[in-house]
Write a protein that binds this ligand. Sequence first.
Ligand code: COI
Length: 354
Amino acid sequence: MVAAVDINVTKIEHSKLNEMSLENIPFGKYFSDHMLEADYENGEWKNVEIKPYQPLVLEPSLAALHYGQSIFEGIKAYKDANGNAFIFRPYDNFKRFNISATRMCMPNVPEEIFIEGMKQLIELDKNWIPNKKDHSLYIRPLMFATDSMLGVKPSESYKFLIMLSPTGPYYAEPMKIYVEEKYTRAAPGGVGFAKNAGNYAGSMIAAQEAKKLGYDQVLWTDAFEHKWLQEVGMMNVMFIINGVAVTPSLDEGTILHGVTRDSIITLLKEQGIKVEERRINIDELVDAYKKELLTEAFGTGTAATVAPIKEFKYKHEVMQLDTTKATVASALKKRFDDIRYSHAEDIFVWMVKA
Ligand code: COI
């Protein structure tokens, strides 16, 4: 039984929804009417409130801005045919959030704030859940250090926020991916498994350089040989090789433990497709491509959902995949959507009512 928490609620007077449409909205640009805010001070969480979405007033010496103690999550909410709001696997993101918190020397957020607060916020702003195909309400929990000090040590105070952003698909078209050999995202013992802000800051230069070459994202490789595949920027990656789904394993702590990754593995198994979570080398991928055994590749992530890949570039190799023939990815996406949009029975108990 989760302890109850008193959440002070202040509602908006006039919804911003009256002035906008929820169709064809870009990712992360608009925010709903309300947000949740809580503070951690003197070893306890306090001031939990839901209030109109608004700017924060922060000190220039805010610890998070200097030393990067900042973590976040990405979750999605959907509506069923009766207009009830459901959140997709929020407990899994809750666990991962606190794993990131522990790694970054931050306090854990209790379930009654993270989950119960999120449910209340979504219930209040459920009109912001778009009805359109491939659209949803993206939920962004965030925690950052709020001590006002320049000494390098874990902060003693933190702010936790949840904001909501209606969204369409992140990648509307199949992706072109550049296999990264110069920069490194993560090494064993590092923070690759955590969803901390710095991981994203550190990866931007690689994505930017790939973009200049005409690629949408990079495929990260290991720090030592630049051979062992990790993840694609912002998502986990899966390959269909000779009918088997192969995806990098979580063992080395260098990739994010994707909730979508886990869901897709479950759905692959449901469809009778063998799944191998293991180390995978770029040379194996090139070899499989040359033998025409590599038939599909796709990214999985909350924002990206199931995002087909149409090309990999590695050194002088350009590996092109015909995504119109990507039957595994399209069947998975359909099954995944049917569950999330409540068109099919939620047999894995993934949907949590707000
Ligand atoms: C998500 O899929 O929720 C992510 O965190 C990716 C995001 C950085 C856009």
